[in-house]
Design a binder for this molecule. Structure first.
Ligand code: FES
Length: 141
């Protein structure tokens, strides 16, 4: 049911933890399953130099947040904003259909952390980041 990459990132997640004095912190949740993902980023000169996450959730949520942190580390903010949940699922070699929504948490938590980064600098993040979606019934709108 799960690919080797999913099992690898679930059993050995990368970049777990918190960043002290993070430049941006994003937290998103799925109201239906109750899973929560928290993403911390460090930004230097527009580049995401460090990223850590904490996920209280299912295995797919842990695997997607783990691989998503690897995919944005060292990238510019515009590059990180382009990371879609689809790209995350592809990088994991696929997820079962009923687990696709878990990957949306990874995309949204990164966007929320970047939005927080802009807010901390007094910049309205919405025109840059867009809306942070809420997952209410297992599907994010
Ligand atoms: Fe809740 Fe996967 S079942 S995020």
């Amino acid at each position: 049911m799960y690919t080797e990459q999913v099992m690898d990132h679930f059993t050995n997640p990368r970049n777990v933890g918190e960043i002290e004095n993070a430049d941006g912190i994003g937290e998103v949740g799925n109201a239906k399953c109750g899973d929560i993902m928290k993403m911390y980023i460090k930004v230097d000169n527009g580049i995401i130099t460090d990223v850590k996450f904490k996920t209280f959730g299912c295995g797919s949520a842990i695997a997607t947040s783990s691989i998503a942190t690897e995919m944005i580390k060292g990238k510019t903010i515009p590059e990180a904003l382009k990371l879609s949940n689809k790209a995350v699922v592809e990088a994991l070699g696929g997820l079962p259909t009923h687990k696709i929504h878990c990957s949306v948490l990874a995309e949204q938590s990164i966007k929320a952390a970047i939005a927080d980064y802009y807010k901390k600098q007094g910049i309205d993040p919405e025109p840059i980041v867009g809306k942070i979606l809420e997952c209410e019934d297992g599907h994010c709108h």
